[in-house]
Ligand binder design. Structure first.
Ligand SMILES: [Fe+2]
Length: 482
């Protein structure tokens, strides 16, 4: 339910100051202080105090020997009496609360009627002084946040509403049951102000239920408590409360505290949301770039293969075999990706070799072969600008180096040859042997295996070559070929 903002109508009731003067049996100074020295506000609170008569409930508990219930009622009476400045009654209610806490039935029996008499007397005196109240419409200001006040004390709910209704929408519930019913009906607040001591479900029970329900767990909860002790606060924080406000509520403090919590809480969640959106955005863009990079490399590889009609699909297959070896070497995802790119582009230098040599049927002359042997350097030259992935250059430049130093263009020895180039060398040779040429058919699997084995330690890195042998042995159907 939305709270009605009720105020005394100054024109009809005359000077509020005069009314307050007549309330001389109350500590009105204390009461006014609680209401930020707002006289209308104070009179509203006093008025609610009278309307909110807890006498009947208190009597019921007393007659039924319900001391837990009695304790809650006198506790409420104590705090509401403190609000309006009814000091004697507050003190009396406090003693009764202590007695109820200790189940000191004798003390309660002796003093209950005195308490009731004091209470009734006070109510009569206040009622005689106070004029009737009228309802005014609430503020028309746009209120961004809704605050739910859950408190069995109507007076407390009213204090909160009075203090906060100018800035926030206020919803109220007098019990956990009523609160959850409203939540189920879709009245989801931005913050809950929760009383700790309530009959039936306590504040602790309510926050427990709230935090266990994923629909409501995000709502910040502020406890309102009289127990200004560390253990209650610690328990509350453990249960998920974001803050504590001590009763009797100090209006200025309440306003400042709530404002700060809402600012912090929603700034934080907005920030988190923003970070999430930005991160996703970056991931999307990065994914887009990766896909584009992949496609460009693939397109380049296709360009190389298109030039050589006899080795169609060569770059793709070398890339596939290289990655199979890389996996056995325990490469990371990133390394495998680099290896894949390097292998796809290893023969890019063939673009600089005349077509008639590339597509010549039959064996090459020594002179022609010398020209073909320049393709790693041409490739290295083409790819040297790709400094972000060094392996791409290395793959093109060094894939014809031999482990024993007999390769080209540099004649590098052993581990001086970049590892990925050694991998590509094995994969490249394997594909050459398992592809048809215009002048020969592909070799048998056994023949290929023999050639690789023979090259271990001479052409091939012995470890990488052995991995290739293992791959061959596992390929029992001989599916790995052109
Ligand atoms: Fe090559």
């Amino acid at each position: 339910m939305e709270h009605d903002v009720r105020q005394f109508d100054g024109e009809n009731t005359g000077d509020t100051g005069k009314i307050i003067e007549k309330l001389d049996f109350l500590n009105t100074q204390e009461g006014l202080q609680q209401c930020m020295d707002d006289e209308n506000f104070y009179l509203d609170i006093v008025s609610t105090y009278v309307e909110d008569n807890v006498l009947e409930d208190m009597q019921k508990c007393y007659l039924g020997n319900d001391w837990a219930g009695y304790r809650v009622k006198v506790h409420a009476l104590k705090s509401s009496s403190a609000y309006i400045g009814a000091e004697d009654l507050r003190a009396k209610a406090k003693r009764m609360e202590d007695a109820a806490k200790q189940e000191d039935v004798e003390y309660i029996s002796l003093n209950h009627h005195k308490l009731v008499a004091m209470y009734e007397d006070l109510m009569r005196k206040i009622a005689a002084v106070l004029p009737k109240r009228i309802n005014l419409e609430g503020s028309s200001q746009i209120k961004q946040f809704t605050i739910f006040v859950v408190d069995d004390s109507r007076l407390n709910r009213q204090v909160v509403a009075e203090v906060l209704s100018d800035s926030y929408n206020i919803s109220e519930a007098s019990s956990g049951q009523e609160f959850f019913q409203q939540l189920e009906e879709g009245n989801i607040p931005d913050l809950v102000l929760l009383d700790v001591h309530m009959p039936r479900e306590t504040g602790h029970d309510i926050i427990g239920k709230l935090k266990a329900d994923e629909r409501f767990a995000h709502i910040p909860v502020v406890f309102m408590t009289h127990d200004n002790d560390l253990s209650t606060e610690l328990a509350g924080f453990r249960e998920g409360a974001v803050d504590f406000i001590t009763k009797p509520l100090n209006p200025a403090l309440l306003q400042a505290r709530i404002g700060r919590i809402l600012d912090l809480y929603y700034l934080q969640s907005k920030l988190q949301e923003e970070v999430q959106i930005r991160t996703q955005d970056i991931l999307d863009k990065s994914m887009q770039m990766t896909v584009m990079f992949d496609q460009i490399i693939q397109a380049l590889a296709n360009t190389i293969d298109a030039k050589d009609k006899y080795t169609k699909g060569h770059s793709d297959r070398v890339s596939k075999y290289s990655v199979m070896i890389g996996e056995q070497l325990g490469y990371s995802e990133m390394q495998l990706m680099h290896l894949k790119y390097a292998a796809l582009l290893h023969d890019i230098g063939k673009i600089g070799i005349p077509d008639w040599i590339i597509n010549k049927t039959g064996p090459l002359t020594d002179e022609e072969f010398e020209i073909v042997k320049t393709h790693p350097v041409i490739g290295g030259d083409i790819l040297k600008t790709i400094t972000s992935v060094e392996d791409i250059y290395n793959g093109a430049m060094f894939h014809h180096e031999h482990y024993d130093g007999s390769g080209y263009p540099r004649g590098l020895l052993g581990k001086n040859i970049p590892e990925m180039a050694r991998v590509i060398n094995v994969a490249d040779s394997y594909d050459a042997m398992t592809s048809r040429r215009s002048y020969r058919d592909m070799l048998t699997q056994e023949g290929v295996r023999g050639e690789i084995e023979k090259g271990l330690g001479t052409q091939f890195d012995p470890i990488i070559g052995s991995i290739m042998l293992q791959i061959i042995d596992e390929d029992t159907e001989f599916t790995l070929h052109e």
